[in-house]
Design a protein. Structure first.
Length: 383
């Protein structure tokens, strides 16, 4: 057993720690207040090598391992939680395109994702199919040398700013979730329309719906095999769920650090707040819970790097990581008193932002189903 990071990983962490502190944290609330996606920061992450971590060197990335990608998720999460979507989406989508797309698609999209020039989202959820992702209704009909897509995707991150989306559609509705295929669909194709939501958090991520009306997608834009999209791509969620755990832990740890400084300085009844066990013990509880999630996440990423099974580890991090992080940030907000209830301090935004990932990429219940299937048995599945 070896719990240490390599020298290269430690160096990478230190570089990102400084970047997050100096260049992200001071502007974290700005993008939320202004309601803009800071595209220049996606490009900056490209320059720092963060977008291309799971993209091979020959396609403009660095071909780093999953543990290193986790470090990026955690450290960027400390500076700007919303920018961690770049780490998570680019790792997930970089892997999907690299593992399953044709050579021409890899050459076209991967270098642009790695550099941050292009933002690519992933669209599975629909108005009537979320947790039950196999129940999607969007169709893709093969006609000549194109697939014609029709349907509606909902709740999609980067809907308002994405240059393309990996869209899941039924190519053989008779086959249930075995009849689903994945396509890369540029947002500027005729018939694609994206509309943003007024979300409570993750404002700079620009979540929204994507409407597909007779969208003609060139057949080369099919990713992987026809009717196999679901099974081929689902494995990617074992990665994104581990990264999400670390993104949330990063944001919550930042709130804890800021709160420790506050309770040391703030006096009540003639003593610093930090003196009271009513303050100490909750902070210790949150710290301990976040540490447990962090190490379970790195363990899951390490297992993935070794090519070993890690679905239940990933789902455990996904259902408890955002939950513990939300609880920690909530308590930090309270310990900072009434000023933390204003928009002058970042805790209220962190709380709104992190809650989103209690739902996005699978709710607690969806992830518990994955763990139950493993530890209780497939034959007791309810779906
Ligand atoms: C911030 C954010 C970002 C997102 N980004 C994306 C994205 O980029 N791409 C994308 O495709 N989707 C995205 N989503 C959508 C997300 O994946 C879905 O919202 C999620 O899978 C849940 O689906 P649903 O909202 O339809 O809820 P439902 O599936 O209707 O579930 C509603 C509630 O019932 C529970 N539930 C459902 N089935 C069961 C069961 N069998 N047993 C017990 N409880 C159950 C759920 O856990 C949930 O609490 C995002 C959502 C959010 C909030």
């Amino acid at each position: 057993m070896n719990f240490s990071f390599t020298e290269e990983q430690e160096y990478f962490r230190k570089m990102l720690q400084e970047f997050a502190k100096e260049e992200l944290l001071p502007h974290y609330t700005k993008w939320d207040r202004e309601g803009v996606t800071p595209r220049h920061l996606w490009k900056k992450l490209g320059e720092l090598g963060v977008n291309g971590l799971r993209i091979p060197v020959e396609y403009g990335g660095s071909g780093a391992d999953c543990v290193t990608t986790g470090i990026a998720a955690e450290e960027i999460g400390r500076g700007d939680f919303n920018l961690t979507y770049a780490v998570m989406l680019n790792a997930l989508i970089g892997e999907i395109i690299n593992n399953h797309a044709r050579e021409e698609l890899k050459r076209e999209w991967l270098p642009q994702i790695a550099s941050g020039e292009k933002i690519v989202g992933i669209a599975i959820t629909e108005p009537a199919a979320g947790t039950d992702a196999g129940g999607i209704k969007t169709t893709a009909v093969h006609k000549g040398n194109v697939y014609v897509l029709n349907g509606e995707k909902s709740g999609i991150s980067v809907a308002t700013c994405g240059d393309a989306f990996i869209i899941f559609a039924k190519t053989d509705p008779e086959l249930g979730n075995r009849g689903i295929s994945a396509f890369i669909v540029p947002a500027n194709l005729p018939g694609v329309e994206c509309k943003g939501y007024e979300d409570m958090g993750n404002i700079p991520v620009g979540r929204g719906s994507i409407y597909l009306n007779d969208v003609e997608v060139p057949e080369e834009y099919l990713i992987g095999l026809e009717n196999k999209g679901f099974s081929q791509v689902m494995n990617g969620f074992d990665l994104s769920r581990l990264l999400i755990g670390l993104q949330c832990v990063g944001a919550a740890s930042q709130s804890i650090d800021e709160t420790i400084e506050h309770v040391k300085a703030r006096q009540s009844f003639g003593k610093p707040l930090a003196t009271y066990q009513g303050i100490q013990f909750p902070l210790v509880t949150h710290y301990t819970q976040l540490e447990l999630i962090k190490w379970q996440a790195y363990r899951g990423l390490w297992l993935r790097d070794q090519g070993l099974k890690h679905s239940k580890e990933s789902s455990s991090v996904k259902w408890l990581g955002p939950k513990y992080s939300v609880e920690a940030i909530h308590e930090c907000l309270l310990f900072n008193g009434h000023y933390a209830y204003t928009k002058e301090m970042p805790h209220e935004q962190r709380l709104r932002d992190v809650i989103g990932l209690e739902i996005g990429d699978g709710t607690a219940q969806a992830n518990m189903m994955v763990i139950a299937k493993d530890i209780i048995g497939k034959e007791f599945r309810s779906y």
